[in-house]
Design a protein around this ligand. Structure first.
Ligand code: FES
Ligand code: FES
Length: 161
């Protein structure tokens, strides 16, 4: 079957098998390998991409369900050879070690902050609770996301609201 999606702003048509996951199509057919295969069952978040504005675990979604959708992956963030400021914040805060989890965290955070630019630290923690990192501990990752949110210029919402 044919799949039509907007991938990182560009219309794409791909021939897929009905049982293929979005992760499989991205990595194996479209050669977008930024989303990683970790657990394969929705537990680790390494495969996270943004689908129509929402962070989703692409190992749990059939590509066929994405017909007509907009998909944003980590490959779509850098512009003109410049990293996206959220990618830069991860580097600046030491939030990357092996890097296997990094794209997933960044896509999760991006979806949150596009929806809620003034997210609190608690909301950031809640948003990334489905992403696992075995290397960094989570403090640097949360610091990086919070710093990027602060740079967006929206004052953080009050905790508990
Ligand atoms: S590979 Fe998709 S959640 Fe782990
Ligand atoms: S940096 Fe290695 S798993 Fe997160």
């Amino acid at each position: 079957m044919l799949l039509h999606i907007i991938l990182n702003g560009k219309p794409i048509t791909a021939e897929i098998e009905p049982e293929q996951t979005l992760l499989s199509v991205l990595r194996n057919d479209l050669k977008h390998t930024g989303a990683k295969q970790g657990c394969g069952v929705g537990e680790c978040g390494a495969c996270t991409v943004v689908l129509d504005g929402r962070a989703i675990k692409s190992c749990t979604v059939l590509a066929a369900q994405c017909e007509g959708s907009e998909v944003l992956t980590i490959e779509g963030l850098a512009k003109n050879n410049e990293l996206h400021p959220l990618q830069r914040a991860f580097i600046d805060h030491g939030a990357i070690q092996c890097g296997y989890c990094t794209a997933g965290f960044i896509m999760t955070a991006l979806a949150l902050l596009q929806r809620k630019p003034n997210a609190t630290r608690g909301e950031i923690q809640a948003a990334i609770s489905g992403n696992l990192c075995r290397c960094t501990g989570y403090v640097q990752i949360i610091d990086a996301i919070e710093a990027y949110a602060a740079a967006l210029g929206e004052p953080p919402a009050k905790e508990g609201l």
